[in-house]
Design a protein around this ligand. Sequence first.
Ligand SMILES: [Fe+2]
Length: 380
Amino acid sequence: MHTRTESTKRPAQARSADLPGALSLLETLNRVARSLCYVEGPHPPSEAVVQGARSLLQADGVAILVREPTGDYLIRVAHGLVAEWRDYALSGTCSALLDTLHERDQVVLFKRTQRSPWAREFLFAAGVHWGALAPIRVRGQNVGALLVNNRRAVHVRAEHVEALEALATLAGVAIVEGRVRLGLEDLFMSVIVSLTMALEAKDPYTEGHSVRVAAYSEAIGKQLGLPAATLDLIHRSCLLHDIGKIAVDEHILSKKDRLSAVEREKLDMHVLIGESILRPIALLHPLLPGVRHHHEHFDGTGYPDGLKGEAIPIEARIMAVADAFDAMTSSRPYRVAMPEWEALAELRRTAGTQFDPRVVAAFEQIYPAVKRTLEHMRPA
Ligand SMILES: [Fe+2]
């Protein structure tokens, strides 16, 4: 791979002496490579790449651009000077230029004072004067690009460019690893959701319960202004919340009479069983709190841990309201469905004791709209 520098003159504010030496470059690359191996580490792999770029070139701004199947480049990660460009999609001239970068298969360096298309398109943030773009390739495929920006012009040496190329390769590993991870997560989720559906489908009284709880809960979360990542977590936790019932005796689940104390205790175990079913799958760990705590009560009288108030994870507080409402308004072997006005009144009555009052208030707001959407999903 060769370096192409658009400038032939030495930059006015060169500071190559300030940049790290060869040993330091190697240490940085090692650190990034090692952190990519720790999937369960505290920071996402892309974070390591960004930190690496910052220390390699004393960068003031770093972005990882990922090529989408549409041909656009999505700014997936953006730090420092270019932070506000995160989640923007680059299309048209920008994406065509980035495709050219891959054809050239080399790092491009550019600065604002040049009449260069690279400078025009990629020094977009205010105060940025110098930039470098490295193609991110994995097994010959164009995966994206690593963009590094600086406030001042930087005169880099060959070893810095090589280190940037190596970093782009590591960014490619992070991107591909992320895709594999998402694919695995989807696979695990679909297997477990199928198991839950199969469990519910055996019993006409509970068919579709988890899907309805998920729809109510996600809408409550949106009403409460929770971020998209939390809404996704809520949705997935709801689909799996009763997975532990797989291990509860069927005669308990379908019993027409009131449960004895022993039977009630066995049924209550489903939250712990559910947690232990999912625990071996590290990718599903974020879902465990919702599964474990969806029968806690706001006043601390619930199970399994007697957590109180905001100590109960928000997804569990939301799920508790949605779960209870759906259970009350569905027929069960031991009673007919409660009319919805009565179930809503029961939620209001127990807001502050069994349920988080904010969640109950949000549920009342979203219920009419979600009800219309769910109408067709109710079992006959
Ligand atoms: Fe449950």
